[in-house]
Design a protein around this ligand. Sequence first.
Ligand SMILES: [Fe+2]
Ligand SMILES: [Fe+2]
Length: 282
Amino acid sequence: MPISKELKALIDSTCDLPPMPLVASRIISLASDPNTDTKVLERAILADQALTAQILKIANSSFYGCLRSINTVASAIVLIGFKGIKSLALAASLKSFYRRTSLAEKMIWEHSIAAAIAAHALSRHLCCQAEEAFIGGLIHDIGKTILNNQRNELFTEIVQTVYNEELTFAEIEREKLGFTHAELGGLIVKKWNLSTELEEAVTHHHSLSEIDPLEVEILKFAALLNLADALCLYLGIGYRKPRQDIDFQTLASAKILNISEPEILHLAELIKTSYEAEKDNF
Ligand SMILES: [Fe+2]
Ligand SMILES: [Fe+2]
């Protein structure tokens, strides 16, 4: 269900929707065109040294799971394809987008990395699109980052209220802003011309019941992000403390994905290990 005009107007009046980082946008537009010469794509990536290093680091991280080591951009293009390069370029450039000065900012960044690792691990386990899942996890709370960057006082107040009153972000955001970080995030994904599935999944990662049940792929993608988020909460990554009391058996997203509690708890261990090993690679 797309966001209404009224809601979009309200979000527009509260925050500026920032453009996609320039370097990612050039690489994504080149990699989206199947007629692009691989040499042209390679040159575009190599033009940015920091981005090149970051792409190779992520491509070689253990959770990304390429069996062979990738030492050059040319081999990255061959081994992971244009679609993989798009995800990596976006992932690599997002780092500059997230401030990491205050504790709250560090926690959002850590949460985003862990959610990317969790979404990727879940999608592999369930045999669905791992690339999109990885980006989805990384970007699912981008609305929080934008609120933090642009409306810092208000966002700090929201964070405090969430912790003091033990309510969810969505509840407090609705009350104080009239929209949620998820809806704001969905608008960014749309503005950045990423896929409709990603836009809808980000928009509804806390409101699965608002998705048309006939839109099975979108429902599953949103459930995947919701479950990745719950796993981060369970492990306490990006949150003040772990919530080991989460009942995965009754969680709507686990039911939608048809994944059992023992499977989820097993994945939680793998995600924790991957996160500890890889977090500094981002
Ligand atoms: Fe969220
Ligand atoms: Fe989250």
